[in-house]
Design a protein around this ligand. Structure first.
Ligand code: HEC
Ligand code: HEC
Length: 387
């Protein structure tokens, strides 16, 4: 009995000595586990970029699938879903909520949807997007659809992100966009009355980190699919096109016409892009090196991602720097405005003569065809709107 009491005494005494010592913990305010009461750093800080891999994502969440348009299932390989981020009902719903929630921005005013609005094919109408501090970049916001069929797995105009998970890390902390820090964004989510439970439902843990945030957003983005334009329905034999739309498609497909199909696809590629990086003759000298700035290879200077031609009616202005306000201006570029440079794409076959030199009728028909790639059911899909 006496022996036991002595033990207890030793424990109590050593505990009180310990607690009088400096309180240890993580003292780095940028760490996820920053402890404001800690006086001495114990090396336990977990920084956003070095967080341990999250637990398996399937948990008890309900598996979900992308709704694949008929024309895609006929012509394209299945969508790319990374094995470490399977789609779930709860994950998609959480991602949708995060995408539309300004909580991720530094001052709580801007969400992803500010620059990627669903009613205009997930882009914005500005030449350059403006971030929370009123600063502008030098790139036009990109529409978001059919990203699960981007087999090049290169995102942004210059291809610098390898997947939509990695892509979503950037805007939150970009000083000309949402200008937040990930620790601050995660702290706001962790302190929110419902988010921890939504993460628990989606990923089996209520400890929120940047990896899970971007996984959820990526799941939502992969469900954003556009494959039901008039031209799609024409290919399925459901409707007929106008004579002008048919002529325009022929202009698109003919080398002596518009010569567009090498880069933007054809009726066997319903994405209307090959997702590769090319120089389409916008400039003789480059102010923005595009892909070249990422690879460091001068042969890539002036190359940018070939955009899809779906939904153009919503996605103006056009090109990586939004230099063209209308489809007519774009067609005039390809017709007479092409500039030669060392990296111009070999598929810009008529660059030596300034472009493909289309007649006014060819341009009108080509435009009619391009507008037949408009997908209104995609724009109006309630699953893509703010929750
Ligand atoms: C201030 C405006 C702005 C905000 C806010 C913004 N973006 Fe963007 N987004 C852009 C611009 C501009 C680009 C093109 C940038 C470039 O190529 O350098 C882009 C590109 C993208 C792309 C690449 C698409 C492709 O096909 O390559 C995706 C995906 C994307 N953004 C998703 C997001 C997500 C997710 C968020 C929120 C976490 C977000 N964006 C917030 C403006 C914005
Ligand atoms: C050599 C490949 C190539 C050919 C041929 C080509 N394009 Fe492009 N197109 C591109 C690239 C690359 C871009 C993006 C360039 C940039 O922003 O710097 C682009 C951009 C566009 C855009 C702007 C889309 C947006 O969302 O900003 C339209 C519209 C377009 N092309 C239509 C056409 C038409 C119509 C033709 C035929 C007359 C054509 N293209 C021929 C590669 C090509």
């Amino acid at each position: 009995m006496k022996k036991k009491l002595t033990y207890l005494l030793i424990i109590i005494v050593s505990w009180s000595v310990y607690s009088c010592a400096k309180k240890e913990g993580c003292t780095d305010p940028t760490a996820i586990n920053y402890n404001p009461d800690a006086e001495q750093d114990d090396g336990s800080c977990i920084l956003a970029s070095t967080s341990p891999p999250p637990p398996p994502t399937n948990g008890t969440a309900t598996p979900a699938q992308i709704t694949i348009p008929t024309i895609f299932s006929q012509l394209l390989p299945p969508p790319l879903i990374p094995p470490n981020n399977p789609l779930t009902v709860e994950g998609i719903e959480l991602g949708r909520r995060l995408f539309f929630d300004p909580i991720l921005s530094g001052d709580g005013t801007q969400s992803c949807a500010t620059c990627h609005a669903p009613d205009i094919a997930f882009t914005d109408t500005n030449q350059f997007s403006t971030g929370i501090d009123g600063l502008q970049g030098n790139r036009n916001s990109m529409p978001i659809f059919n990203v699960a069929w981007n087999f090049s797995q290169k995102f942004f105009w210059d291809g610098r992100a390898p997947n939509v998970e990695a892509q979503a890390i950037g805007p939150v902390v970009n000083p000309i966009e949402m200008h937040n820090t990930w620790p601050a964004a995660m702290a706001s989510l962790q302190a929110h009355p419902t988010y921890p439970n939504l993460f628990l439902a989606a990923f089996g843990t209520n400890v929120i980190d940047s990896i899970l945030v971007t996984k959820a957003i990526a799941q939502f983005e992969r469900t954003i699919v556009s494959g039901n334009s008039r031209f799609d329905r024409y290919l399925l034999g459901q409707i007929s096109l106008t004579p002008s739309e048919i002529s325009g498609f022929n202009v698109f497909m003919t080398e002596s016409g518009g010569d567009c199909f090498h880069c933007h696809g054809n009726s066997a590629n319903p994405l209307w892009t090959d997702n590769t990086f090319r120089n389409n003759g916008l400039d003789a000298t480059f102010t923005d090196l595009g892909l070249g700035a990422i690879t460091g290879n001068p042969a890539d200077n002036g190359k940018f991602k070939t955009p899809s031609l779906r939904n153009l009616v919503f996605t103006a202005p056009y090109m990586h720097d939004g230099r063209f306000a209308t489809i007519d201006e774009v067609l005039e570029h390809y017709s007479t405005g092409v500039k030669l440079s060392s990296t111009i794409d070999p598929d810009m076959q008529f660059s030596g003569q300034g472009g493909v030199q289309m007649t006014p009728q060819e341009k009108a028909d080509l435009k009619a065809f391009l507008l037949a790639l408009t997908d209104s059911s995609f724009i109006n899909n309630p699953a893509y709107k703010a929750p």
